[in-house]
Design a protein around this ligand. Sequence first.
Ligand code: G4P
Length: 297
Amino acid sequence: MSIQWFPGHMAKARRQVTEKLKLVDVVFELLDARLPISSRNPMMGEIVSQKPRVILLTKCDLADPKANKMWVEYFREQGVGVLEVDAKTGKGVNLIQSVTDKLLQPLFETRQRKGILTRRVRAMVLGIPNVGKSSLINRLAKRAATVTGDRPGVTKAQQWIKIGQNLELLDTPGILWPKFEDHGVGLRLALSGAIKEEILPIEEVAVHGIAYLKERYATELMTRYKLQDSAMEEEAYDLLQEIGKKRGCIQRGGVVNTEKAAEIFLNDLQGGMIGRISFEYPGDEFFTAEQGVQRDE
Ligand code: G4P
């Protein structure tokens, strides 16, 4: 992550988001479809307060379709507008307008009663770094002109992007910090590529990922690395060594370079080479107590 989230930065981010919120009627809250809970800012509800929100589950092309469906149902049951989107191919993006229209019907009606018919509904994109904010805005704008990355100091005049008949979108997203204080959440964020592995030891992240895949995606793991069924009995660290051997990460004296092996594994995982993997499912243990719960295991 290019931003280090010290308390001062969090306060500044919050201030900037609060300012932007004053300009809009609705918020598109971007959550990574592979880990919707861990990629959610812990103070989202408090910061956005009563503004209508549509949840957009980004990178749905990398997530397990089964889990995507469960998450859509989960959020729908909570009465929240929700859509799977893939900014790379544009899947789901053309539905944003109709989902938003439906959500804002009461607002349209109130405005109509008051005789306010001219103004389009205004929206902004909000999410943690790397969740796909710029990609989505670019896709919606059908141009590749917005600033990518989260470089502090890059400022430009605020512009609105017209989407369809009723909607306009602020061309700069609101950026909030992730919920990384919890170790399990931090590991999942690192596995997804949302935070740079350097923040956590890369081998630890890979071992955690392998242990998780062994539980939930054993077939995909075995297929990718041509592992035998019996390998699933091994400890995750031993499997990392195995992967290293298969990928030629051998140092002098025949010792496996586990750091290199971890790098290869994480590249494969984040690039979708192992398969479509979700790191969180509704009802997972870490997640039972309340929404946004930070307990793990
Ligand atoms: P941000 O503004 O929220 O920080 O995120 P950004 O759009 O810059 O996206 C972060 C990374 O996620 C980018 O990859 C982007 O291509 C990728 N991404 C965004 N949306 C999707 C999606 O729906 N599906 C997939 N598969 N990837 C997505 P990158 O490696 O940083 O850059 P590059 O691959 O675009 O060169």
